[in-house]
Every structure is written in structure tokens, then in C-alpha cells.
Design a protein around this ligand. Structure first.
Ligand SMILES: O=P(O)(O)OC[C@H]1O[C@H](O[C@H]2O[C@H](CO)[C@@H](O)[C@H](O)[C@H]2O)[C@H](O)[C@@H](O)[C@@H]1O
Ligand SMILES: [Mg+2]
Length: 890
């Protein structure tokens, strides 16, 4: 069977323009878009062995009245395309949809547009078996979908710190960012089949990996294979940690099985962010390509982190750049700048691409080398970004204009300006002709993931043509991701204008032999997109074969659905483990105390008369009394893994072990003492019943080794006393087998909700009416002992399915949520996971209204406008659509 790849990109490679009537539209290719789309094209070819599904947002829809013109008129416009002034005029007529012009597209219109995009792709990319799945987000102010990615994430990834502010924008943008990712998860959910590879690209979709893990996993099938490629730089943790939602972002990403960066240093920074913010551990090894790769253990699960720089489609580039039409353009540029050397620059117009640095260096060059005055022209093409109208870009534009004017007035003449600055998007043919004609390409970026202009330039310079332009050199910033790949380019520090000026001079006086020697080294260093795609997928396949595909993964807890279920329930029971669930694990057991936030949330939760809350812990009564019992009488408590219990609103503890022989304790302590002696840092915690040997403060390897042998020693006599020997978190614990947390949960569920417990009575009353027992049970725990609780819940659920088949709620369940705290790959009988105590607190905060639902990614059904289905805003939008259609007589 042909393997399937679902490729997820932040935006489809098309721009969609609507005429004044929504039935008239034009779908056209976005020009000058890079290697990612080339990779999609490569995978679209059925000969390359994959069936590809491309999922992407449509981008902002534009109105263009010229679409209402006849086909003949459109042809006329096309003729004028080479003329940059006309190209500009065309761009200006593409007005973004304004707020007064809402996009109410009917289902039929959407279907037609889907068909138009599909057929355009199949025509543009031939042969192709790819299917395009547009993500429609037609809400007003469509560019709001970009805000978080472009205004918060992008600057941080490029070492630009955002100004501190009241956070209101950030919160609103985050909401849209979550929805944007959810819209993708929803679309993928519609097309996913088990075994598909899901390949996610770049920082618009950082939450998608975890959302997919949450949505696509079901009990019977193999887990989805999710891989993420990060095209942008990844900053040092000192910058990354400035992001307010840094943890949510990392949590989202580590849902992927593999995360790949453009180079090793970005990968290293990412691993370090995970270590510091997620408390992960990692092992580094060297892969077959002689590059570092990391196995990162986050929340007990594994993510592979590596690097592979993207490439370009060399073959296509050489075909496209060497046509008769472009030959003519090369000649006309050469004629326009006779007797002059041509330096070319093409950059996105944002603060990190170093246009200012380039102009300063060029000014210095003209000052230092007067012999070049009037003999060199710098043609700088700056491509506008979607942030064109932001204050930062406007400021940059002013700065660049001032520099250009100053250089031209100082070193220009009446009929020659040494700097030609074009702030516009140029068509590919113009770009290729500039690259071909260039004597030198100057790249002074101060930060980028990879610079494909560098790759394209070197590729174009590899071909000899009639115009003597081959082999001309490249000056490349050492801050560009490409500098690690193009090791033999002329590397410069863009902040050092003098050095750049000197290198420019040297490059311009290079002999043909020197140039061809340099080019001979550089050209093979340019990666091809074909190789990149193949190596990426090959490594992924090897990795997936190695890791156990049948390993069951638990999905992340779907918090929005939990919230809905909670709200509709009347008799809610909460069973919380303590250590590692309500508080993070720390070195000293005495220091694991509740935070004020936890207290406040538990207090709010317990205020609701529908709720009954139990803390079912391995801790002893003293500890639980001190931190919980003395403060909240309304909580039920169970100590030492079910050995002791204190009912809700009671002061008395019941000792369930009263009749149990405790003579084993001496023997256990004696055995453990021997291990305390040989494991420095370890100690024994003696509770009333259970005995624990802790080794968290010992040398980890020694602790683990001795824990294994202690366990074996204890197991030798465990059966004689009916003891359970449990492996906890850096501990080995012993207690009588007959008591466990599961028994407590069983009693609590088979019980009249809120009624007094009769713990002395071991019997369960199975004749209780269903509507007196809990209709919502959230049970959270992190350890092996908590699995007993989950197991009980699963078995009661099964029993209830037979006993009360008609009494399931609208979610087709009994409201049971057995949830482990740890990674998705942790082996558990729980039905879902939350990664750590912080997520636990956020989830409980959501239930009591402390955390907004919109902050929690989950499976929320969205309409085509990006509103949550059936929400007030969705309904309002539907009504407006009907009114709009009526107004327009549709
Ligand atoms: O059932 P729990 O409430 O999760 O309690 C399990 C054990 O937790 C404590 O030990 C663990 O947490 C300590 C504090 O974070 C940590 O230092 C230790 O390494 C962990 O094993 C507690 O000390 C035990 O008595 C509980 O059985
Ligand atoms: Mg625990």
C-alpha cells in the first residue's frame, strides 16, 4: 500500500481573490515561495512513492475587482506582468476584505473554491496525486490568525524581545492561535487514517502535535506518527523563556515523535529549553550523517530531536532561470549598468534580514575604496512582509530610505545612483535575471533559520551561459543558518561594516580561477530539496520501526470536553493522588507542600455542593492532616495507599489495618537499612503501616541499581506476609497487599453521593439507584499505585455498561475520567493524561473558572469562520450570514 503523508503548512501556496460577487474568484500561485513548497511538489509526484495530502490555511482572501473583467482583459494584464510598476498596481488592487465586507460563503461556494484550488494545484504540479485540504477561517479581520505567530513567536525566535505591556493583546492573539491550531486538528481528524505520517511545518502550528496526539489516538489502532520541522531559528533558552506561554508551546510541540531543526545549534537550544522548562532529560548521540541527535524524555515519553538543513530544487531552478526570456532580461540589465559591477541583495523586509547593515557596509565600502565609486551598483530588492504596516516596519522603511538617500546623494551623480532599492515583491523571472547578472550577492542577515537566496544564488552561478556570469561569489552573514551549510562562502559579521567592505572589495577583484575554485566547493554544499525530503522521511521510517509501534499511547485529556461534562453533571466525585499530581516531585518529601494557588482552587471546587473531593495518597495521616485535614474539613482523606481513611466532614481516622499482622515491618526495615548503608543519600521513611526506602538524593545510577536489588530481596519474603513491594518515584515502598487506593475508589463510587461512608463494612451495595451515585468522577494520579484506582474505574464502567446501558450521558459515557499524570507514552490503564502537576492545576482551574476555556487546546468543533460551533458568536455569525444573503437577494 502506498504510504500516506499528511503535510501541514501554515498557508497553502495560493492566494485567493474574490470578485465583487463571491461566485467569481481567482486562485493564483504565490510567487517566490521557497523550498517547503518545492518539497510538497516533490512528494506530489506519485513516482516518489507517497500519497500526499496537503492541509493548509487559505491565507487572507482578497477582493479584486479585475476578476469581474473578461478573460480578454485578464490576458492583457498578464502581458504587462513584467513591468514592475504594473505588478505593483495589481498588488494594490488586491484589497484585503474589510470588516464591512464579511465573507459569507455558502457551502456550495466553498465546495467550488475547494475544487478550484485542487484543480489549480493539479495543473501547476504535474504529475501529481496530491489532495489539497484547505482550512477555511473566514471570520472578519482574517489577518488576526497570524497575530500570535508573527507578533509574539516570530520576534522571540529572532532574538527580538517584545515590549512589556498589559498582556491583553497577547491573550486575545493566543486565543486565535489556539483556534488556528485546532482548526487544523479538526481538518486532519477528517482525513486521517491509522498509519499516516503527519508532517507539520513551522511556528504557526506549534500546538498541533499535541492536539493530534489527543485527537487521533484510539485504543485499537497504532499511534499516529507525528513529525515537526522547524524552519525558523530556535533561540537560546534565555530568549525563549521570555515568552509568556513558553510552557504551553513546548507542551504542544513535544506531542511530536520527532522534532527537527535547520541546524545543530537550534536543536541544542531547544533541548535546553525543554530541560529547563519541562524538566526533561536527554541523551545525545551521533547519527549516520555525523550530526548530533537527542533522545529527549519529557514526562516519561520520548521525542527525537535532530537537525537537517532544507535545500532547494536545483534542477527546476536551473531550468526556470535559463530561458530565452530571462536571457533577454539579463542583457537589458547589463546594458543598463554597462561598465559597472552589480551587487545583488534580495531579502524579506524585516528588521533581522540586515538591510540596514548592508547599506551601512556598502556606504563604508564606497568610502574606503574610492576607486569603486561610479563603478558599482547595489540592487537591493526588499520583499514586503505581511507586517508591512506595523510601526516597526514603517520605522525600518524610513531608516532604509534615509540611508539610501544619503549614499546616493554622497556617492551618486546626476545620472547614476549607486543604490537601487526596490521595496516590492518581484516576479520569479525578474529575480532570476538579477541573480544571473550579479557579480556578487551580499547577504547580511542578522538572524535566519536558513537563507534560501544564498542556495539559489550558488545554484544559478553553477551554470555557464553566454553572459559570463557564472561562478561569481557570495558574501554570507555568519548569523544565517545557511552559513553552517555553505562552509566555503565568504563569511562576514554584518555588524562589522569595515570587514564587510573589505570582503566586498576582495570579492569584486577575484580572478576567474579563484571564483571557479570557490564555486567548485560551494555548489556541492547546497542541499537539494529532493535529498532533504528523502533523508527526512527515511530517518523517520527508521526511527518509527525502531520504536515500538504497538506501544499504547494515552491521549492528552480533552479539557474542553471535560469541562462540558463537568458542567452538566450533578454528583461529582474527585479522587486526587497527592505527590506528583497536586504537587511536583521534589528532593525532600517534607518540602512537597501545597501552594496557595492549589489551596484556592481546591477550596473553590469544594464550595460547590455537587462536588465531593478526596485526596487518596501514599502519605501518612500526620502529613495529610497538617496540610489538608486541618484546613479543609470538607475533604475526604485516605493515607498510606488506602490503609487509613477519614470521611468528609469528620475528624476521625479509621484504621483499616487494625486486624493486620505488622510483624513484617521489622524485617523490611532491617533489609532496607542494609541498603541505606550502601547507598549514600538514601533514607527510610517509616509510616504507621507502609515503609519506604527513598533514593532520590543518591547518585542516580547507584540508586537505581540498588533499588532493583532491594526489591528482589524484599520479594523473597513478600508472599509470606502478603506484602506488596511497589516501585515509586525514586523509592521502594512496602505495604500489605490487601489495601490499595483502588479499594477506596471502589467504595466511593458505589456509594450514595455525599452520604456518610460506612468503612467498617467491606461490602459494596450494588442495589443503589444509579442516580444516587456519582455521574462524574475525575481521578488523577501519577504513580503505579494510582493505576489501582484507574483499574477500578474501568471495571465499574464496564459493569455499569451492562447494568445501566441506557443511563449513559450525552457523551455516551458515565462521566468517568481516569487520568494519569505523565507523558502520553507512559504505560497506563488510564484513559488520558495530563503532563504534570501544573497542567493538573490549570485543568482544575478551568473547572472553577480560574482559567479560561480558550486557553486550553482541545477538540473543539469549529465552524468555517473559526468560531466554536454552537457558541453565541457562531450563532450570531450564522444569523448575519442569513441576513447578508437576504440583502443580496441570494
Ligand atoms: O501517593 P502519593 O501521594 O503520590 O505519595 C507517594 C509517595 O510520595 C512521597 O515520595 C515521593 O515524593 C517526594 C516529594 O516530592 C519525593 O522526594 C520522593 O522521591 C517520591 O518518591 C512520599 O514520601 C511517600 O511516602 C509516598 O508514598
Ligand atoms: Mg503520586
Amino acid at each position: 500500500m502506498t504510504p500516506r503523508i499528511i503535510n501541514c503548512v501554515g498557508q497553502l501556496p495560493y492566494k485567493i481573490q474574490l470578485g465583487s460577487n463571491n461566485d467569481k474568484y481567482k486562485v493564483s500561485l504565490i510567487e517566490g515561495n521557497g523550498p517547503l513548497y518545492s518539497s510538497l511538489h516533490y512528494l506530489s509526484n506519485p513516482e516518489n512513492g507517497y500519497e500526499q495530502h496537503i492541509v493548509g490555511w487559505t491565507g487572507e482572501l482578497k477582493r479584486n475587482s479585475s476578476i469581474d473583467l473578461s478573460v480578454k482583459d485578464l490576458k492583457l494584464q498578464k502581458k504587462n506582468k513584467d513591468n514592475t510598476a504594473d505588478a505593483n498596481a495589481n498588488a494594490n488592487s488586491n484589497q484585503p476584505i474589510s470588516d464591512e465586507d464579511p465573507l459569507y460563503l455558502t457551502k456550495e461556494q466553498l465546495q467550488n473554491l475547494n475544487g478550484a484550488i485542487q484543480s489549480k494545484y493539479s495543473k501547476d504540479v504535474s504529475p501529481s496525486n496530491a489532495q489539497i485540504h484547505p482550512v477555511w477561517l473566514l471570520r472578519r479581520n482574517q489577518s488576526s490568525w497570524r497575530n500570535y505567530a508573527e507578533n509574539i513567536i516570530w520576534p522571540t525566535f529572532h532574538y527580538i524581545l517584545n515590549q512589556s505591556n498589559d498582556g491583553e493583546n497577547e491573550t486575545n492573539w493566543w486565543y486565535d492561535y489556539v483556534k488556528f491550531n485546532e482548526a487544523y486538528a479538526q481538518k486532519i481528524g477528517e482525513i486521517y487514517t491509522p498509519g499516516d505520517i503527519i508532517w507539520i511545518h513551522d511556528y504557526y502550528l506549534l500546538l498541533l502535535p499535541q492536539l493530534l496526539k489527543m485527537n487521533l489516538q484510539n485504543d485499537d489502532s497504532a499511534p499516529p506518527i507525528i513529525t515537526y520541522f522547524h524552519h525558523a531559528p530556535w533561540p537560546s533558552n534565555e530568549y525563549f523563556r521570555c515568552l509568556p506561554r513558553r510552557k504551553q508551546i513546548l507542551d504542544g510541540m513535544v506531542g511530536a515523535d520527532r522534532i527537527t531543526f535547520q541546524n545543530e545549534s537550534f536543536a541544542r537550544h531547544f533541548v535546553s529549553s525543554c530541560k529547563r522548562l519541562l524538566d526533561s532529560t536527554s541523551k545525545m548521540s551521533i547519527n549516520k550523517r555525523d550530526k548530533q541527535q537527542y533522545h529527549v524524555s519529557v514526562y516519561g515519553g520520548d521525542v527525537m530531536v535532530d537537525s537537517l538543513p532544507i535545500g532547494v530544487d536545483k534542477e527546476k531552478l536551473l531550468n526556470d532561470a535559463f530561458t530565452k526570456d530571462i536571457d533577454d532580461k539579463v542583457i537589458s540589465i547589463k546594458q543598463a549598468y554597462q561598465d559597472k559591477k552589480i551587487i545583488i541583495g534580495r531579502d524579506r523586509f524585516d528588521s533581522v534580514r540586515g538591510v540596514v547593515q548592508k547599506l551601512r557596509a556598502f556606504e563604508t565600502f564606497l568610502a574606503m575604496y574610492p576607486e569603486w565609486r561610479n563603478k558599482v551598483v547595489l540592487i537591493q530588492v526588499s520583499t514586503p512582509t505581511t507586517n508591512k504596516d506595523s510601526p516597526q516596519t514603517i520605522k525600518l522603511e524610513q531608516q532604509v530610505n534615509e540611508l539610501v538617500n544619503s549614499i546616493n546623494s554622497r556617492y551618486g551623480t546626476l545620472n547614476f545612483s549607486p543604490v537601487q532599492h526596490y521595496y516590492m515583491r518581484i516576479p520569479n523571472d525578474v529575480y532570476y535575471s538579477l541573480m544571473r547578472v550579479a557579480d556578487l550577492c551580499l547577504i547580511t542577515t542578522v538572524r535566519d533559520g536558513i537563507n534560501t537566496t544564498a542556495f539559489e544564488y550558488v545554484t544559478i552561478k553553477s551554470k555557464t551561459s553566454a553572459f559570463n556570469c557564472a561562478n561569481n561569489p557570495l558574501i554570507l552573514s555568519e548569523f544565517s543558518g545557511s552559513s553552517i551549510v555553505l562552509k566555503d562562502s565568504i563569511l562576514i559579521n554584518p555588524w562589522d561594516s569595515v570587514a564587510v567592505a573589505k570582503e566586498t572589495h576582495k570579492a569584486l577583484i577575484m580572478t576567474n580561477e579563484e571564483k571557479s575554485m570557490l564555486q567548485g566547493k560551494l555548489y556541492p554544499q547546497v542541499p537539494t530539496i529532493q535529498n532533504w525530503t528523502e533523508i527526512y522521511l527515511e530517518t523517520l521510517n527508521q526511527m518509527m520501526n525502531k520504536s515500538n509501534q504497538n506501544k499504547k499511547m494515552s491521549p492528552a485529556l480533552n479539557r474542553p470536553i471535560l469541562f462540558e461534562n463537568y458542567n452538566s453533571a450533578k454528583r461529582r466525585l474527585f479522587c486526587f493522588d497527592y505527590d506528583g499530581t497536586l504537587t511536583p516531585i521534589v528532593k525532600d518529601p517534607a518540602a512537597a507542600i501545597p501552594t496557595a494557588r492549589l489551596y484556592s482552587i481546591i477550596e473553590k471546587l469544594s464550595r460547590d455542593p455537587k462536588n465531593q473531593i478526596w485526596i487518596i495518597s501514599g502519605r501518612d495521616q500526620k502529613f495529610l492532616n497538617k496540610w489538608w485535614g486541618s484546613k479543609f474539613k470538607q475533604l475526604g482523606l485516605s493515607a498510606e495507599h488506602g490503609c487509613f481513611i477519614r470521611d468528609v466532614n469528620s475528624d476521625d481516622w479509621i484504621n483499616l489495618t487494625e486486624q493486620t499482622d505488622m510483624s513484617w515491618q521489622k524485617k523490611v526495615i532491617f533489609t532496607m537499612e542494609e541498603f541505606v548503608d550502601k547507598t549514600p543519600g538514601s533514607f527510610i521513611e517509616k509510616k504507621k503501616c507502609a515503609i519506604v526506602w527513598h533514593y532520590r538524593r543518591s547518585v542516580p545510577e547507584l540508586g537505581e541499581f540498588n533499588a532493583e536489588s532491594l526489591k528482589n530481596n524484599l520479594l523473597q519474603f513478600a508472599d509470606d506476609y502478603n506484602l506488596e513491594v511497589m516501585e515509586g518515584k525514586a523509592n521502594i515502598e512496602v505495604r500489605p497487599r490487601i489495601f490499595n487506593k483502588g479499594e477506596i475508589v471502589k467504595k466511593l463510587i458505589w456509594h450514595k453521593h455525599s452520604g456518610e461512608q460506612d468503612f467498617a463494612n467491606n461490602e459494596i451495595n450494588k442495589s443503589l439507584p444509579k442516580d444516587s451515585m456519582p455521574d462524574f468522577v475525575l481521578c488523577l494520579g501519577d504513580d503505579a499505585t494510582d493505576e489501582d484506582m484507574f483499574r477500578q474505574m474501568n471495571s465499574i464502567e464496564e459493569e455499569w455498561s451492562t447494568m445501566y446501558p441506557k443511563d449513559k450521558n450525552k457523551f455516551n459515557n458515565f462521566g468517568f475520567y481516569p487520568v494519569t499524570v505523565g507523558s502520553s507514552s507512559k504505560q497506563t490503564v488510564a484513559k488520558a493524561h495530563l503532563t504534570d502537576p501544573q497542567q493538573v492545576i490549570e485543568t482544575l482551574g478551568l473547572l472553577v473558572g480560574d482559567v479560561s476555556i480558550f486557553q486550553s487546546p482541545g477538540t473543539v468543533d469549529l465552524d468555517t469562520r473559526g468560531h466554536v460551533k454552537n457558541s453565541p458568536s457562531s450563532k450570531k455569525s450564522e444569523e448575519a450570514a442569513v441576513a447578508y444573503a437576504e440583502r443580496n437577494g441570494n
